[in-house]
Design a protein around this ligand. Structure first.
Ligand code: ADP
Length: 481
């Protein structure tokens, strides 16, 4: 198939979270499975410097945006056969420090930025030699694309209109804008009812309403968002579209997330020989200024610091658990009050807790390799990646049983013959504390510890498998489109 992905972030060029990982890995896996693949994303600051092979394409974009016409450039890079990344250059919109916000404040012109980007996506779908059969768009930033495709069909002859697949990576971020922003779309007022939500313009709603097929990133989250508890005000619309809505678990890019031949890890190790893991633990403890103690169970979290990730119950649980003989490391950034709370915790428990604020991929590999347990007590979790990285790294995940966490981790209560982690249910510090105490019992029994680790390391969430599920969805989209 000929597939064009569009995403506001794509690994390894730009990333704030799992969206970038998924698009980068799925595109690569689809190309390797024999499909012709293009990926469109914005040309953010620094991409050209970090990837000098990204080249300007002789193609000038000029697109209407409300009363204006906005120009743009096209850049491209083909790292392997059948796979081309396209970058939409518009320095006024994308040559900035952040992707969506700076210091926690959203850019005031995000509607302009991502409507322009979405228009560029549709333009490329129309005119690129690729002539995609499938246009796979992701999250609110490209939510208006299915609407723009319909608009384009109405205003000009377009013989090869692609079927549009819309993937929800996180329903909590919907792209809400003032109703006046509608005019930036330059489409018929008849479309207003598709975008309108409580009087405003809701980009997530458009994608859900108008895409040919919808997906989200785990089967459990696909069921959860049909309920008011997890539906973020759009559960009613998702229920209407339920017959065309599928949950497909994200995969892991094991070319990068591996315990051997990994440039970020000092000591390689494998399921057969885990001694390197102990050495990575010692190196991590030393790096973070914690006492180098093999017998202290080391818990870790790498995360955006937001309420979604269960940070409030994690802080409360740590408050209690740090009185036991454990160590804890956090790598994360996000809401300032959470950042302060972690720094303050580390200051009170300097021998037990280490906190690194910021975004650091190499350190995230060292933490995954060097830790014993990984904490992910999310309030909701569309898929979640770190629990899957943890499994591969022999680090036992402790997760709340929601969304992708419920789908990927196996608790002893579910399957005593092959447990891979610890699950808890209630969103409370007490439930997390209880789960962490179970972890201490596992840690105290070397055979049990090894059993969990090996079970986890054997799990396979590779994209090669997942790509087949997307192929089936693409076929359905083509029937419908
Ligand atoms: P979300 O997309 O909701 O943030 P996911 O678990 O799906 O959560 O994906 C998060 C991705 O971002 C993972 O690859 C994780 O390792 C990475 N990540 C999050 N915070 C950091 C950080 N501070 N430093 C390095 N990587 C991080």
């Amino acid at each position: 198939m000929r597939i064009l992905f569009a995403s506001s972030e794509v690994h390894p060029f730009s990333k704030t979270g799992g969206l970038a990982d998924m698009v980068g890995a799925l595109a690569k896996a689809a190309a390797r499975a024999g499909h012709e693949v293009g990926v469109v994303s914005p040309l953010y600051r620094g991409i050209r410097e970090r990837f000098p092979a990204v080249r300007r394409v002789e193609w000038h974009l000029e697109l209407p945006l409300g009363g204006q016409r906005v120009g743009g450039e096209l850049w491209a890079f083909s790292p392997e056969s059948r796979l081309t990344f396209y970058f939409v250059g518009q320095p006024g919109f994308f040559d900035r420090n952040g992707l969506y916000n700076e210091r926690g404040v959203d850019y005031g012109d995000n509607a302009e930025r991502f409507f322009f980007f979405s228009k560029a996506v549709v333009h490329l779908a129309r005119y690129l030699p690729l002539q995609p059969e499938i246009l796979h768009v992701n999250d609110w930033q490209t939510g208006v694309v299915p609407l723009l495709v319909r608009h384009q069909q109405q205003v000009e002859a377009w013989s090869t209109v692609p079927a549009v697949v819309f993937t929800i990576h996180n329903l909590a971020y919907q792209g809400w804008f003032a109703p006046q922003k509608f005019e930036l779309l330059n489409v018929s007022p008849a479309f207003w009812s598709d975008v309108e939500h409580h009087g405003g313009l809701n980009c997530m709603k458009v994608g859900i309403a108008l895409a040919d097929v919808l997906t989200t990133v785990s089967p459990r989250y696909a069921r959860e968002v049909l309920t008011p508890e997890y539906g973020e005000g759009l559960d009613w619309l998702l229920r209407q579209r339920q017959a065309r809505f599928f949950g497909i678990l994200n995969g892991v890019d094991y070319d990068e997330w591996k315990t051997t031949d990994n440039p970020h890890l000092k000591y390689p190790y494998s399921i057969r020989n885990l001694s390197g893991k102990a050495r990575n633990k010692a190196a991590l403890q030393e790096e973070l200024g914690l006492p180098v103690r093999p017998n202290a169970p080391l818990f870790a979290t790498i995360s955006r610091l937001t309420e979604q990730k269960g940070i409030s119950i994690e802080l409360a649980a740590l408050e209690e658990m740090l009185h036991s003989d454990i160590q804890f490391v956090l790598l994360g950034s996000g809401e300032p009050h959470f950042e302060r709370a972690f720094l303050e915790l580390a200051a009170r428990f300097p021998q037990k807790a280490a906190v690194r604020l910021g975004y650091d991929t190499p350190l995230s590999h060292r933490i995954e390799a060097g830790s014993d347990f990984y904490l992910m007590p999310s309030k909701f979790e569309p898929c979640g990646l770190n629990q899957m990285f943890s499994l591969r790294y022999g680090t036992i995940p402790i997760v709340r049983a929601v969304g992708g966490l419920a789908d990927t981790v196996v608790d002893a209560a579910e399957n005593p013959t092959c447990p891979t982690g610890i699950k808890f249910h209630s969103f409370s510090a007490a439930a997390l504390v209880k789960a962490m105490r179970k972890a201490l019992a596992i840690f105290a029994d070397p055979n049990l510890l090894m059993f969990y680790r090996r079970n986890g390391m054997r799990m396979d969430f590779s994209w090669e498998r997942t790509v087949r599920e997307y192929e089936a969805v693409y076929s359905k989209a083509k029937e419908h489109g």
